[in-house]
Design a protein around this ligand. Structure first.
Ligand code: ATP
Ligand code: K
Ligand code: MG
Length: 706
């Protein structure tokens, strides 16, 4: 079984794997340690990752990027309109989800963002599998902390469609924090002051900051803040706009009317930007940019900084907010760790350093830290690996509330309750209590839609609780629902049950304090009271369980030691009586839709494979023709008659002509047949050659043995 961590970036995807000795970042088919997060569509096959990048400029309309920022969004979302500026294929609406329209195998096709992500993840799977020489299934993948329930569900669906099992969706900066903490041997003990590290990730499109406290064996995220539209691509765009104006003036060309020219300038601008991180000035030259015009100009670092000044002015905002939410000051932060490609920009480093007033730390590999953290997380979660355990306490970023219809029997009942608050621990489970006499529904939604990205619908899910009824005395059923914000940051109502107050005999605890903690304020009366409804409520799952268990253990032990009969009392306790089925409706794809998409993906993988195999057979044929042509007058010269040579040469020439003409684009079977035709002529000649070698070898052996 494989252990894989994936940093699925807007621009680049990095794959790390855990192997016997540790975690390694792996290379792709062209030996790069990062793969462009792009998918493209061609007349015969898809281009996934590297080939999509290679083909991008000649295949703009059929190339899709920004994949992760599209998944789980709708076309009308203003955020998606921003993405269209960076995606060259036209974005379209597909039943409320955003997708892209492309030409694939000569047909116009529309694919949802979820399908596009699953295509890219198929490639990630193939890359990891080729490197590990193992089938790959389990993985942990990173997402920006600001991703909502629907975005996270979209990525989960995409992974499943690609045949992958996502063990955890992990927030980018939390993954970096895990990679940092798990390798440190000098973290403070439980009694000591925690080490506080600010992790800052600025990538291609977004910027996040998490303040994390470390102690031996655990990390606790205190706050995570972000700027969802702040990254390397904003630098590139500022440069493109600047050069568009300059070229218009200087060369009288308007690149904005020519998408290819824009993409070429953007690529050159990104290169220029990187050079300016290490140099004070750099040139930019593009041949025949449009209308046969070559362009050439220079830029100074300070000019670039002036262009992005509006962005630089915002650098401190997430940092300030992170401190505020963590209730810490700059002086409380021990270390500032930077990750993400864009943190190489000197102006950003300067501003961050100035903000914290301390030297920045770059102990993590900026491009690989998140993928490595994900691989560590996968190793922890995977049964096949033994890793030093490291607890990860992440936090809730958006408050979540439940709403429901008033019970007809409880006129003054509240109809909503905020169950998870920003800053609460994640993952976590809350037990919701309802008093009902009939089946009921509840809905989960984000309580503060204004915090969400773009125009995200705050709705999370609808949950129908079945088999609820009043008992024979027309009392309320006390319904308990388990609401869990899970490892992925996704909310579900996982199960339901009902309880009854029962009189049980329990040992009297020694300490009265713990009794109070339990909040068992009910009169331990023997009478059976009707169930009196109070407002629906929520409580942490463990708070109700843990103290009671410990306390009982303690009492029993004491009783045994003193050899006394344990003192007991009669108390009323809520006892679980049965399950309540729950029917959930969420933004996740239906099983049938997922299965259909998986089948489609598999068919496309087979199609791609056929194209790759065909190409391989064609190359083999070409190589064989050259090889035979070289050898017939050399190695094989003594093994063929003149007539045979003439015949073979004619065959080779005809085959070559065919290959560069109608054979340019034939099927796999035809290439194999052509190869066989040549072999039929060349075979006897080659055989004679081998027979002679064999005879010589045998003779030599006989001589040696004699
Ligand atoms: P995101 O995290 O926003 O989804 P990502 O993970 O794909 O995106 P990274 O790989 O962290 O992003 O960073 C890519 C960005 O960093 C690109 O915009 C790239 O141009 C920029 N970058 C990389 N190296 C440098 C450099 N030396 N100087 C300036 N920018 C750089
Ligand atoms: K990345
Ligand atoms: Mg990133």
């Amino acid at each position: 079984m494989s252990v894989v961590g994936v940093d699925f970036g807007t621009a680049n995807t990095v794959i790390a794997v855990a192997r016997n000795r540790g975690v390694d970042v792996i290379t792709n088919e062209v030996s790069n340690r990062a793969t462009p997060s792009l998918v493209g569509f061609g007349p015969k096959s898809r281009y996934l990752g590297e080939p999509a990048k290679t083909q991008e400029i000649s295949n703009l309309k059929n190339t899709v990027g920004s994949l992760k920022r599209l998944a789980g969004r709708s076309l009308s979302d203003p955020d998606v309109q921003i993405e269209q500026q960076y995606v060259s294929a036209p974005l379209v609406d597909i039943n409320g989800q955003v997708g892209a329209e492309v030409t694939y195998m000569g047909q116009k096709e529309k694919y949802t963002a979820v399908q596009l992500v699953s295509m890219f993840l198929s490639k990630v799977k193939a890359t990891a599998s080729a490197e590990l020489k193992l089938p790959v299934s389990d993985l942990v993948m990173s997402v920006p902390a600001w991703f909502t329930d629907i975005q996270r569900r979209a990525l989960m669906d995409a992974a499943e469609i690609a045949g992958l099992k996502l063990l955890r969706l992990m927030n980018d900066t939390t993954a970096a924090a895990l990679g940092y903490g798990i390798t440190k041997t000098d973290l403070p003990t439980a009694e000591e002051k925690p080490r506080r590290v600010a992790f800052i990730d600025i990538g291609h499109s977004n910027y996040s900051c998490s303040i994390v406290e470390f102690k031996k064996g655990e990390l606790t995220v205190k706050s995570t803040t972000y700027d969802r539209h702040f990254g390397g691509r904003d630098f590139d765009k500022a440069l493109v706009d600047h050069f568009a104006a300059e070229f218009k003036e200087k060369y009288k060309i308007d690149i904005k009317t020519n998408p290819k020219a824009v993409v070429r300038v953007a690529a050159a601008a990104e290169k220029l930007k990187k050079i300016l991180s290490a140099n004070l000035q750099a040139p930019i030259n593009i041949e025949s940019l449009m209308n046969d015009v070559d362009v050439s100009t220079m830029m100074k670092r300070e000019e670039l900084e002036a262009l992005v000044e509006p962005l630089l002015k915002r650098v401190h905002v997430p940092l300030e907010q992170a401190l505020l939410e963590a209730k810490l000051t700059k002086d409380d932060i021990d270390i500032v760790e930077l990750v993400g490609g864009c943190t190489r920009v000197p102006a950003l480093k300067e501003r961050i350093q100035k903000f914290f007033g301390k030297t920045l730390s770059f102990t993590l590999n900026q491009d690989e830290a998140i993928a490595r953290g994900c691989a560590f997380s996968c190793a922890i979660l995977s049964p096949v690996f033994r890793v030093r355990d490291f607890a990860i306490h992440d936090i809730v970023n958006y408050p979540i509330e439940f709403t429901w219809e008033k019970s007809p029997d409880i006129p003054d009942e509240d109809t909503s309750l905020t169950v998870f608050n920003r800053g609460n621990q994640m993952p976590s489970t809350k037990i919701l209590t309802f008093y009902r006499k009939e089946a009921f529904n509840l809905e989960a939604k984000y309580a503060q839609p204004e915090l969400l990205p773009g125009k995200t619908n705050p709705w999370i899910g609808r949950f129908s609780v079945k088999n609820v009824k009043a008992d024979s005395k027309d009392d309320f059923m006390v319904c308990k629902l388990k609401a869990r914000l899970n490892l992925h940051g996704i909310l579900n109502v996982e199960s339901g049950y009902y309880v009854e107050d029962m009189e049980v005999e329990e040992p009297i605890p020694e300490e009265k304090e713990s009794e109070k903690k339990e909040g068992d304020k009910k009169d331990p009366d023997v009478r059976r009271d009707p169930v009196v409804p109070s407002q629906p409520s929520s409580e942490d799952e463990h708070a109700t369980k843990r103290p009671r268990l410990n306390e009982n253990l303690l009492t029993t032990k004491k009783a045994m030691e003193t050899d006394d009969k344990p003192k007991t009392r009669k108390v009323k306790k809520q006892v679980r009586k049965g399950d309540l089925p729950i029917i959930s409706g969420t933004a996740s794809l239906e099983e049938t839709a997922k299965a259909a998409a998986a089948e489609k993906e598999m068919a496309m993988i087979m199609e791609d494979k056929l194209v790759a195999d065909t190409e391989e057979k064609k190359n083999e044929l070409e190589t064989y023709i050259y090889e035979m042509r070289n050898k017939i007058d050399d190695t094989y010269a003594d093994f063929a008659s003149d007539e045979e040579k003439t015949k073979l040469k004619a065959k080779l020439e005809a085959s070559e002509d065919w290959l560069y003409d109608e054979g340019e684009d034939a099927t796999k079977a035809v290439y194999i047949a052509k190869m066989d035709e040549i072999r039929a002529v060349a075979g006897p000649i080659v055989q004679r050659y081998w027979d002679k070698l064999e005879a010589e070898r045998a003779a030599q052996k006989a001589a040696e043995d004699a």
